[in-house]
Design a binder for this molecule. Structure first.
Ligand code: PHE
Length: 351
């Protein structure tokens, strides 16, 4: 067979194979088979040099044209197939975003501070309390003055508190919501106020921003006994039904009398671990401080006397606790800063 006939035969075979190829992958196989390095047509082209000089021109031209024609047809068909394949893929891969995911993707969990806040809220909702929210940027009036702090109280110092201006600051506690909520609602009032508070403090048990929950109950005939019963219920709900609490005398400018409240240690017996060692959690004392509280000072009620809070007719108690502190105690977290590092290995532990 002459080389020219061979070229025609190869071209016909290649076009037939091309016609059969129905995918871009199959088409690439055809390309390799007929135009690849080991294929016959390119081989023929390489062989042209060995032909007698008078034949070289015509045969070389025919072979070259055959190759170019095949390449053009392959490219064209590859383009068509690619478009068709993309169309079917788009059709098939269509996602119905309303269908449930399968399998369910890993979902996150609430941050331990949020979990703890909600747990505490649940306890007080169960006792009939409402939940209120207050401003983090607060006035000196609500943060200190209305809460009976005298002019020289150390918490007022700029070294302890973040001031925005002389009369505006980042609240140092949630207690400013005591007077604010009594301005908004006549007695009786039973409210808790979770929220962020700010102090110029930073070490393993202090961060400049942390969370508190304030509690306020004002009604007729409220006594310290009501405070103790309420906080005992709270302590048992959060730390276990065997807990006891004790009240120690303390001082806050806005409560009188003021008490600090301890919960019986849930890590040991009377300060001693099972192995005989001193308990590190309660430092061998059998008690752990959990919050500050007291009976609302009449001087505070006088700021809202016009709204029905006459200290001659209503009494109340207030308490304030750190959410981080409760979470640390309950879950054995030893460094407060872990709450804010966002290390997934820490966060994942609290399902
Ligand atoms: N606000 C006080 C604190 O941050 C806690 C407290 C609240 C004490 C209510 C008594 C009553 O330390």
């Amino acid at each position: 067979m002459s080389i020219s006939d061979k070229i025609i035969e190869l071209q016909a075979a290649a076009e037939a194979a091309m016609a059969k190829a129905s995918t871009t992958a199959a088409l690439e196989d055809v390309r390799v088979e007929f135009l690849g390095r080991k294929a016959e047509l390119p081989n023929l082209l390489r062989g042209v040099a060995e032909l007698p000089p008078q034949e070289r021109g015509a045969v070389g031209k025919a072979a070259n044209e055959a190759r170019k024609s095949l390449e053009r047809q392959l490219d064209q068909k590859a383009g068509q197939l690619a478009v068709a394949e993309l169309d079917t893929r788009l059709e098939q891969d269509r996602v119905d975003v309303t269908l449930p995911a399968d399998p369910l993707p890993a979902i996150g969990r609430l941050h331990l501070i949020t979990q703890t806040r909600r747990e505490i809220e649940d306890v007080f909702i169960g006792l009939g309390y409402a939940i209120a929210d207050g401003p983090e940027v607060e006035t000196v009036y609500y943060n200190f003055d209305a809460l009976n702090h005298d002019a020289t109280h150390p918490a007022r110092a700029w070294t302890d508190t973040f001031y925005i201006s002389d009369d505006v600051l980042l609240r140092t506690h949630t207690s400013p919501m005591q007077v604010r909520s009594m301005e908004l609602q006549k007695p009786p009032i039973y409210v808790i106020v979770p929220g962020r508070v700010y102090r110029r403090d930073s070490d393993i048990t202090h961060t400049p921003q942390f969370h508190q929950i304030e509690g306020l109950a004002v009604d007729e005939g409220i006594t310290l006994t009501d405070l103790k019963g309420t906080l005992l219920t709270f302590a048992r709900a959060i730390f276990g039904p065997e807990r006891e609490i004790r009240l120690r005398p303390h001082f806050f400018p806005f409560t009188e009398p003021s008490v600090e409240v301890d919960v019986s240690c849930f890590n040991c017996h009377n300060g001693v671990l099972d192995n005989g060692d001193r308990c590190g959690l309660c430092k061998g004392t059998a008690w752990i401080e959990i919050l500050g509280s007291g009976m609302v000072d009449p001087n505070v009620l006088l700021h809202v006397k016009d709204n029905g809070y006459d200290p001659e007719t209503v009494q109340g108690f207030a308490f304030g606790m750190g959410i981080e502190r409760i979470a640390m105690l309950k879950h054995g977290v030893t460094d407060l800063r872990l709450f804010y590092d966002n290390d997934i290995r820490f966060l994942e532990q609290f399902a």
